[in-house]
Design a protein around this ligand. Structure first.
Ligand code: UTP
Length: 447
């Protein structure tokens, strides 16, 4: 893109100020700025500006909703689900998709969140646990299970380097597919693009909803198509307890002919910050924690249980066809009022004390209402969910390591092995994905 082209396109979108400091930039800064302008998604920016105008007068939807029914297959039904899921896994029809493009600001770790050393003994990373599970599944079912990893511009190189320096954790390289999510500019309350240096537009990842467009753009969908993938297991980077591609979950999704399935678990308490799956006006929907009133969070059923008892930890299965169709549609855009360091009109760096601009994101769960069939599948939290979100307190490395050890301790107890509380435990998922495999493979103890 030339300077003239950039000037015209910016002027036509009322963003001429982006080139305000052009005269002060050196050649490489000019080139980099033109590259940024060239890939700006102006149709989304126009939608963001409209959203900003409406935000001031926005009244959130007050139409009533009900918690979505939750399934918990047991006995013969569960066995049928497991058999169906295992069949699909053996046939190579299941892909694994990890979203790891987030900024991990609450954890405050210097590097991609996935590289955080969570192993209680080995200090192996979150990525290590996820990749070793994919390897364990591939070995168990005798197939190549493709592993799609979404990064963002800010952590892509470091993520790839982490996989590289760990020899892809034993996975064949051709089965690991990295792709980068989109980035969006932030806007001032007046809808103007924010510069963080005189020659650079401030950009941030477009949210986990950006997965769809990124799957399309990167060729990941084509790769899935070539491999004959039917279902995609989706999960987040921060939960090393996740049962990746759990056959029961995949099987139930298939048997119900669902477009999308969500695992849900009992919330710690009504106020736990998890989204809830509901039905509203004949459609399924995710209601975010921030949209719930205190009364809704605390409401109790006649039997004493919480009305909104189940939360979603973003563990999903999507049918390939559904995800591909959704990728062609525009998704809703959400805005967040944030403190953003920016260059003022006079060229000075302003470090704000209070929120001064808006960041924009897409959320993957916004496609839920478009699902013709949807399943919510209950799981037991202590077996599958303990995320690393914060540096300390709830959902921090300390609680995740405690919960991982409790899970492995339970497996060993099933083998009638009692480990003193003073000893740490760690089990390589590529060696045993569950207690049954541990029994089959026997114990190999390393210290
Ligand atoms: P979170 O909402 O927990 O955000 O992301 P985060 O970036 O990891 O952490 P904070 O909020 O800054 O502390 C949930 C999952 O979605 C992914 C994250 O990598 C994580 O796996 N994600 C989030 C993306 O892939 N892209 C995004 O733009 C946002």
């Amino acid at each position: 893109m030339t300077y003239e082209q950039a000037k015209n396109v910016l002027a036509s979108h009322d963003q001429a100020h982006v080139l305000q400091f052009w005269g002060q930039l050196n050649d490489s800064q000019k080139e980099a700025l033109l590259r940024q302008i060239e890939v700006l998604d102006f149709s989304s920016i126009t939608r963001m500006q409209a959203l900003l105008k409406n935000a001031q007068s926005k009244v959130s939807s007050s139409s009533p909703f009900e918690p979505a029914p939750v399934e918990n297959p047991t006995g013969a039904e569960l066995e049928t689900c497991v058999a169906e899921g295992e069949k699909l896994l053996k046939e190579g029809k299941v892909a694994v998709l990890l979203v790891a493009g987030g900024q991990g600001s609450r954890l405050g770790y210097d590097g991609p969140k996935g590289a955080y050393p969570i192993g209680p003994i080995t200090h192996n990373s979150l990525f290590w646990f996820h990749a070793r599970k994919v390897l364990g599944l591939s070995q168990t079912y005798g197939v190549h299970i493709p592993f799609y990893v979404m990064t963002s511009e800010s952590n892509d190189a470091a993520t790839r380097a982490h996989f590289e320096s760990n020899d892809y954790f034993g996975l064949p390289r051709e089965d690991v597919f990295f792709f980068i999510q989109g980035m969006w500019p932030a806007l001032t309350p007046a809808g103007k693009i924010i510069l963080d240096t005189p020659g650079h537009i401030f950009m941030s990842p477009d949210g986990h909803g950006g997965t769809l467009m990124a799957l399309n753009r990167s060729g990941a969908f084509d790769d899935m198509e070539n491999r004959g993938i039917r279902h995609i297991f989706f999960f987040q980077v921060d939960n090393p307890m996740v049962e990746i591609a759990d056959p029961a979950f995949i099987g139930l999704h298939e048997i119900r002919n669902a477009d999308m399935s969500l695992k849900v678990c009992r919330k710690r308490d009504g106020h736990e910050g998890m989204g809830v799956v509901v039905t509203r006006n004949g459609h399924y929907e995710m209601v975010e924690y921030s949209e719930l009133t205190d009364e809704q969070m605390e409401r109790i059923n006649p039997d004493g249980s919480l009305w909104l008892a189940y939360g979603s930890p973003a563990i999903h299965v999507f049918s390939y066809d559904f995800l591909k169709t959704e990728a062609a549609r525009a998704m809703p855009i959400h805005l967040a009022h944030k403190k953003i360091a920016m260059i003022s009109e006079s060229g000075e760096l302003i470090k704000p004390e209070a929120p001064n601009g808006y960041k924009f994101e897409k959320f993957i769960f916004d496609i839920i209402p478009n699902a013709k069939r949807l399943v919510t599948f209950e799981f037991e939290r202590k077996n599958e969910f303990s995320p690393v979100k914060n540096a300390t307190g709830n959902d921090s490395p300390a609680t995740t390591q405690r919960d991982l050890q409790m899970k492995w301790r339970t497996w060993l107890e099933q083998l009638e092995i009692r480990v003193p509380d003073t000893l740490s435990i760690e089990i390589d998922p590529a060696y045993a994905l569950n207690a049954k495999q541990l029994r089959e493979h026997g114990l190999r103890i390393g210290c």
